[in-house]
Design a protein around this ligand. Structure first.
Ligand SMILES: CC(C)(COP(=O)(O)OP(=O)(O)OC[C@H]1O[C@@H](n2cnc3c(N)ncnc32)[C@H](O)[C@@H]1OP(=O)(O)O)[C@@H](O)C(=O)NCCC(=O)NCCS
Length: 333
């Protein structure tokens, strides 16, 4: 096994941040349409489409979270013309790994045959932005040649399929990016409001004979309206803050890459950020639903492969979710 600490200490490069050199993604094969949900839920395609914009989602059948993560990682490595032995760290944002331990990142490491430190980060739907900022800190410390970031979720494993107010919203998928030292990451803005009343996914209590409290189902519990209010008030604020910190204006933004939870939330942010054309708010939630920490890297890969980003474009990624958390970051393409 390679001694990674030694490599970190002996390097001379101390770059400020990173740039993205490749992206990848993967979704499970099975597509579940809104109509498919009406077979066992009291809902309709029309209700789901008008309230959320979601038309279908991909759902795991045989695939695990780490299966999706591995495939997305392989696609990103190929896109970045990078071999596994160049990767010095693998980080994964997820709240739905198949194990509490080992991490999804560790399972990806094994599948890819990588030899580098790995860990998962848990910040729910805001996870990808926390991950980018964590990566920036590692690059600032120096010693990293390339890093693999993954957002991967099998939300279908932790959604309550009897609760129509949450079940219709989520989907499964993974997105990944390969980073190398550079100066394209321009900064971030983060807020966490500790709260388990609006969004919570209780952990399993195991089989302790001494625990006396009521055991809650280890599935998504969400107050939709409170989440909605949190999202529409926080998204524009985080964007304003990150622009201000970087000394940039709203009109400088080329693309907004928002967390894909609800088209109405994105439209509200778009109305508020009026100097960015509405069609420069990237949207693919109609195909995937809310894939939590995977939603932003899934979008990033789709837009990248479609050749929509031009060199030098200013991207703002912005998200909200459990925590309650919200965050934005700026990236030059
Ligand atoms: C969940 C959400 C779509 C619900 O939309 P809403 O307009 O707030 O709807 P409400 O919760 O007020 O419910 C309105 C009615 O629709 C019903 N309803 C809820 N889910 C339904 C469904 N899937 N199908 C049909 N009816 C549904 C409710 O029971 C309620 O009926 P009632 O008026 O008879 O009581 C919306 O609140 C939302 O998107 N919130 C943010 C969620 C989010 O982004 N979560 C991810 C966090 S990262």
């Amino acid at each position: 096994m390679q001694d990674c600490n030694q490599r970190i200490e002996t390097t001379n490069t101390r770059p400020e941040s990173f740039k993205i050199i490749g992206t990848g993604s993967c979704v499970p094969e099975k597509i579940v349409t809104n109509d498919d949900l009406t077979v066992f839920l009291d809902t309709s395609d029309e209700w789901i489409k008008t309230r959320t914009g979601i038309e279908q989602r991909h759902i795991c059948t045989t695939e695990t979270t780490s299966d999706l993560a591995v495939k997305a990682a392989q696609n990103a490595l190929e896109n970045a013309h990078t071999t596994v032995d160049e990767i010095d760290m693998i980080l994964c944002a997820t709240i739905s790994g198949e194990y509490v331990c080992p991490s999804v990142a560790a399972l990806v490491q094994r599948s890819l045959g990588a030899q580098c430190p790995c860990f998962d980060l848990s910040a729910a739907c805001t996870g990808w932005i926390y991950l980018m900022d964590t990566a920036a800190a590692f690059f600032a410390r120096g010693g990293i040649r390339k890093m693999l970031l993954i957002g991967a979720e099998a939300m279908s494993r932790i959604v309550n399929w009897h609760d129509r107010s949450t079940a219709v919203l989520f989907g499964d998928g993974a997105g990944a990016a390969v980073l190398e030292p550079g100066d394209h990451y321009l900064g971030s803005s983060f807020v966490t409001e500790g709260n388990d009343e609006v969004i919570a996914i209780p952990a399993k209590n195991g089989i302790t004979p001494w625990y006396e409290n009521e055991q809650k189902l280890p599935l998504v519990h969400m107050d939709g309206q409170e989440t909605y209010k949190f999202a529409v008030s926080n998204l524009p604020k985080r964007v304003d803050e990150v622009l201000q910190k970087a000394g940039l204006q709203e009109g400088d933004i080329d693309w907004v890459i928002p967390h894909q939870a609800n088209k109405r939330i994105i439209d509200s942010a778009s109305r508020r950020l009026k100097h960015v054309p509405a069609d420069h708010f990237c949207v693919n939630l109609q195909k995937y639903g809310n894939t939590s920490a995977a939603s932003i890297p899934l979008l990033l890969d789709e837009w990248n492969r479609a050749g929509k980003f031009k060199d030098g474009d200013l991207l703002v990624m912005v998200a909200f979710g459990g925590g309650l958390s919200s965050a934005a970051c700026l990236l030059r393409w």
